[in-house]
Design a protein around this ligand. Structure first.
Ligand SMILES: NC(=O)c1ccc[n+]([C@@H]2O[C@H](COP(=O)([O-])OP(=O)(O)OC[C@H]3O[C@@H](n4cnc5c(N)ncnc54)[C@H](OP(=O)(O)O)[C@@H]3O)[C@@H](O)[C@H]2O)c1
Length: 295
């Protein structure tokens, strides 16, 4: 059984991106720029935004964080996005979610120029992903990170049955659509399960590649997994644990202790899919820079 080390892969990838940024800077005199907008004071979002900005700087990209008060009117946010769309030094725009209730998330997503939508949430990018125009879109970062992990660990996908549990717009749906594409690194038969699916264990037991993106601690148990399957755990769930200083710890959607002995490869939580997400955001930002610079 192989433990897929997302932390190590993300560090390797960041080094490669850093070399790419330096190479492009030597050629053009410019570096990619990512702007992250955060509206309000959500503590978890503030941590994510700080991490994104820090990693961005570490690899030599420009990073700007725009902090707006929670009561910012939607129109003002849309106008800020419009300015960034027109700024040639900005290659990636990300608006951290969740947004305050008075702001319509879809209106914000639609306001971002698809060419700068490095989160890959804009319908133009989602549509191009579904159509298989991957050279014209940005793939949303978590599914893209999973694809990168499968590729780097040499996991064969062609003709395999991939079962995705979860159909959210940011993970399950783009993941399923990606694995369906007729590409070297995908080309799977895909099944998607959700809360209305009947007899989920009978579906997950058919998976050669099982991807869990549910948001329920240790939902996937050993009896739901075919021996030898590759198991990708997207879930990040806080559970109480009195033995830790904070009183809680993070676990995935897969019962790692039960499932890891029967899987052929598995991502741990933490240290699996999670660290890849920021790395893929930066990969998308570098890609946007290259596309806009004709590189
Ligand atoms: N590693 C990362 O970087 C990363 C990134 C994003 C998310 N996450 C984590 O991944 C998990 C999923 O995130 P998300 O944004 O996709 O969550 P989400 O928007 O809440 O979607 C959860 C999906 O799971 C399905 N589901 C819920 N309960 C189910 C059940 N009992 N049986 C079958 N399906 C069920 C839901 O079905 P319905 O559609 O029918 O409601 C929904 O499609 C969360 O733990 C989140 O924290 C991690």
């Amino acid at each position: 059984m192989v433990i897929i080390d997302g932390k190590k892969v993300s560090v390797d990838l960041q080094q490669e991106l850093k070399a790419g940024v330096e190479h492009d800077r030597a050629k053009t005199g410019k570096v990619p720029g990512l702007v992250v907008i955060i509206v309000g004071q959500d503590p978890a979002s503030q941590v994510y935004v700080r991490n994104k900005a820090k990693t961005c700087k570490e690899i030599g990209m420009n990073s700007t964080v725009i902090e707006l008060p929670a009561e910012t009117p939607q129109q003002e946010l849309l106008e800020r996005i419009e300015e960034l769309n027109a700024d040639p030094d900005v290659h990636g725009i990300l608006v951290q979610q969740p947004l305050p209730r008075h702001i319509d998330e879809m209106a914000v997503t639609l306001a971002i120029d698809p060419k700068k939508d490095v989160d890959g949430f804009h319908p133009v990018n989602v549509g191009n992903l579904v159509l298989g125009h991957l050279d014209q879109c940005y793939i949303s970062c978590t599914p893209y990170g999973i694809l990168e992990l499968l590729g780097r660990y040499g996991i064969e996908t062609k003709g395999k049955h991939c079962v995705v549990v979860g159909r959210s717009n940011i993970v399950g749906k783009p993941m399923a659509n990606l694995m369906l594409q007729k590409l070297e690194a995908t080309n799977c038969t895909v099944t998607v399960c959700h809360s209305a699916s009947k007899d989920i264990p009978s579906l997950t037991r058919q998976a050669d590649i099982l991807i869990a993106a549910i948001g329920k601690a240790r939902f996937i148990t050993a009896d739901m997994v075919k021996p030898g399957a590759v198991v990708i755990d997207v879930g990040i769930n806080r559970i109480e644990d009195s033995s830790t200083k904070s009183g809680f710890r993070l676990v995935g959607d897969v019962d790692f202790d039960q499932v890891s002995p029967i899987s052929s490869a598995i991502t741990p939580v933490p240290g699996g899919v999670g660290p890849m997400t920021i790395a893929m955001l930066l990969k998308n930002t570098l890609q946007s820079f290259r596309r806009s610079s004709g590189l």
